[in-house]
Design a binder for this molecule. Structure first.
Ligand SMILES: C[S@@+](CC[C@H](N)C(=O)[O-])C[C@H]1O[C@@H](n2cnc3c(N)ncnc32)[C@H](O)[C@@H]1O
Length: 208
């Protein structure tokens, strides 16, 4: 099945036969170094639109998460179908689309680049997905409600400070999980770091 054309694979996703355990098994069967290109072709996100206007300084540009790290996070958290998974800086939607397909969780991507939001919405439509929402917005100004938050190094410095204040407010009084790739959040006192199972990912619990 892995060798099928992307459109045939997307038809299988639309029918519901290439989701959850079936998709996870297929991913596990692929050589590790082929997984990312295969997933990006399946999702139709193998070409990144140019986004030259708002990228600057501490706001990091688009770079998609790696499949290996995502699979590990989804297992370690664990993300379930009842979760609302929010990606702060969702780009073309690799993390959100894959999370939704593998777990059935409702997913919300917040992204400040209009071209990336439009493209991610189109990809979700092409795959016939419901429970997938992309919001055009700035994480420094507002953060949607969720149960699991995900950040793949979207920003640093003052932008990170502002977004973390919004995240703190959005999750106050609730048990949520915050997970990151390449971003250490240990200095925020309202987050408790879990023992990490690899150097690249971090998982934190917020208790009410
Ligand atoms: C490293 S990419 C990660 C993309 C996606 N989360 C993934 O894992 O595939 C970071 C994304 O954050 C977005 N971003 C940067 N600053 C932002 C902000 N202040 N608010 C919303 N999105 C932002 C960028 O446009 C970019 O798409």
């Amino acid at each position: 099945m892995a060798a099928m054309e992307p459109e045939a694979l997307r038809a299988a996703v639309r029918r519901g036969s290439l989701r959850g355990p079936a998709l996870a098994a297929l991913l596990e069967s692929l050589p590790v170094f082929e997984r990312d290109a295969w997933v990006e072709r399946l999702l139709g996100i193998d070409t990144v639109p140019l986004t030259p206007h708002t990228r600057h300084g501490e706001l990091i540009g688009h770079h998609a998460s790696g499949v290996g790290a995502l699979l590990q996070l989804l297992r370690d958290v664990p993300v379930r179908a009842t979760d609302v998974f929010v990606d702060l800086g969702s780009g073309l939607g690799k993390a959100t689309l894959l999370t939704h397909l593998l777990t059935g969780a409702t997913v919300v991507g917040l992204e400040h680049e209009p071209a990336l939001v439009d493209a991610a919405r189109q990809r979700a439509t092409d795959l016939g997905l419901t429970g997938v929402t992309y919001v055009l917005g700035d994480a420094r100004a507002s953060v949607p409600e969720g149960t699991v938050y995900y950040l793949y190094l979207p920003f640093t410095g003052a932008a990170l400070e502002a977004a973390m204040a919004r995240l703190e407010a959005a999750s106050r009084g609730r048990e949520v999980v915050v997970c990151t790739l390449g971003l250490d959040l240990a200095r925020w006192p309202w987050l408790r770091a879990r023992e990490s199972s690899d150097f690249w990912t971090c998982i934190y619990d917020r208790e009410p």
